[in-house]
Write a protein that binds this ligand. Structure first.
Ligand code: GLC
Length: 487
């Protein structure tokens, strides 16, 4: 009888195995079509706003009355000055005074710029959480009696933006975080013994999971989780119990999209520790998209979802000493370049401690927004260019009907003579016009492609968009210098 029962129990366990014990990774059980459906809004959005904001924002690149530097990520100021967390908090907390309504300003700015989503730092490496956390007193709830995550999420929703949490798994505050376990991950006290005696990293990981659980449970729908970051010598399950973390997040937020930064291995899209060390590959068990930082891949990455994140000057968190602002033209052309390669652009702002956005960033976003209002059709829901290279600018494309594809030709430089040449384009052209103003343009077939005659003056000095409708899907002759490639 007992043996019988044991056998039955064993059988039951075997049956349950795939659902209960088989889930050893974070990969959602979904078909390719379901994944495409889940990724759809993100792929169509193309443009998001990144926001780095925390205690470092108030320090603004100055420590003890002295500038810390003019270049590089100033959200790392605690690490740069090697301050322990108490000293850092004592200096930074009094300066962190968000004004009422700051989040609405961000969200409005993002929407007007044409961003479709906003990703902000729910916690950066410093460890200060912007929500009201029950498992920490180093959080906005304890310090300011405000839940800044709720304020930001509500503001984003009110502007129709999707919302994402950047969450640092690295933590320079937590007293059980075993920083000695990684050579590659920085910590302000690196090389020094733990000030509080022996640490138990698994207790930190419990805390990390508990805090993320709050974030994915208490704020309605969360569209993106943007993890940051891992090292080759400290990553994944060993460092963060990553797969369990991903499973917990997906259980609460089945539609969520996550990046690849709980890991640092080639299968997750990484070849090394530097910012250029990304690879055009991603096994979905490690996340949904790869994250080239401050880099635009030279060519597209067919079959891989990717997002370039980039600063407007050289820092993510506000630094009053960093004046190396990129021009409006550079930022807008980056967005176009990225779309032409099939990726997303996550462009960063680093607001001040009161939440106000530096005027240089406002100006740049307004300029992009003005362009997007007229030309957004050439960015949203487009696919990568069929051309390898175009001397005068970039191309994006969209299927228009079963018979027609619409090419968007982003003209950066008007070619001498005003003739826009599409090398090797085999398809029959149907019509061409300027997107802004709808002026019709003459289009002719040539032996080696298609030519479009531009007017003497183009509508936009940064990028004027010419629409070209062609018959069928684009085909580029193999002999052309712009060799054919699949989008
Ligand atoms: C890096 C930096 C960080 C920044 C992030 C954005 O990992 O540590 O400060 O938040 O990249 O991609």
């Amino acid at each position: 009888m007992q043996i019988n029962l044991l056998i039955r129990l064993g059988m039951a366990l075997l049956v349950l195995a795939p659902s209960v014990f088989g889930e050893t990774t974070g990969v959602p059980e979904e078909t390719r079509a379901q994944r495409d459906q889940r990724m759809r809004w993100w792929r169509e959005a193309r443009f998001g706003l990144f926001v780095h904001w925390g205690l470092y924002s108030g320090l603004a690149g100055t420590w003890d009355g002295k500038p810390v530097g003019t270049q590089g990520g100033m959200e790392w100021i605690q690490q740069r000055v090697k301050a322990d967390t108490e000293t850092y908090a004592r200096a930074a907390i009094p300066k962190f005074q968000p004004k009422p309504g700051f989040a609405r300003e961000w969200a409005r700015l993002a929407r007007q710029a044409g961003c479709r989503y906003l990703v902000f730092t729910s916690k950066h490496h410093e460890g200060f959480a912007l929500h009201d956390s029950r498992v920490s007193d180093f959080d906005a709830g304890s310090v300011l009696h405000r839940d800044l995550v709720r304020e930001i999420v509500n503001a984003c929703r009110a502007e129709g933006l999707k919302v994402g949490f950047y969450h640092s798994v690295i933590d320079w505050h937590h007293d059980q975080y075993e920083y000695a376990r990684s050579q590659q991950l920085s910590h302000p006290l690196k090389g020094q013994p733990y000030p509080n005696g022996a640490r138990d990293h698994s207790r930190y990981v419990d805390f990390l999971h508990a805090q993320v659980n709050e974030l994915v449970s208490n704020y309605g729908r969360v569209d993106i989780l943007w993890w940051d970051y891992s090292a080759q010598d400290f990553q994944g399950d060993a460092a963060w119990r990553a797969f369990a973390l991903m499973r917990m997040v997906r259980a609460k937020q089945p539609k969520i999209i996550m990046n690849n930064r709980l890991f640092r291995n080639p299968e997750a899209g990484w070849s090394g520790m530097g910012t250029a060390g990304f690879l055009p590959r991603l096994d979905p068990k490690y996340g949904d998209f790869i994250t080239p930082e401050q880099h635009i891949p030279a060519t597209g990455m067919p079959g891989v979802d990717w997002e370039t994140c980039m600063t407007m000057n050289t820092t993510w968190g506000f630094n009053e000493h960093d004046h190396a602002w990129k021009s409006d033209a550079a930022l807008l052309r980056n967005l176009i370049d990225i779309a032409s390669k099939g990726g997303n652009y996550l462009l960063n702002i680093g607001p001040r401690a009161d939440g106000s956005v530096p005027p240089e960033s406002v100006k740049a976003l307004d300029a992009i927004g003005a362009w997007m209002k007229k030309n957004g059709e050439a960015i949203y829901a487009t696919q990568a260019s069929p051309f390898e290279k175009l001397d005068w600018g970039r191309c994006t494309q969209k299927p228009r009907s079963r018979q027609t594809t619409r090419l968007y030709l982003h003209v950066f430089e008007r070619p001498a003579g005003g003739q826009l040449h599409l090398p090797g384009l085999v398809n029959q052209p149907r019509k061409a016009f300027l997107l802004d103003g709808r002026t019709k343009l003459a289009v002719t077939r040539a032996a080696d492609g298609v030519n479009i005659q531009l007017p003497a003056a183009l509508p936009d000095p940064i990028a004027s968009v010419v629409v070209l409708d062609i018959q069928g899907s684009p085909m580029i002759a193999a002999t052309s210098p712009a060799a054919f490639r699949t989008p």
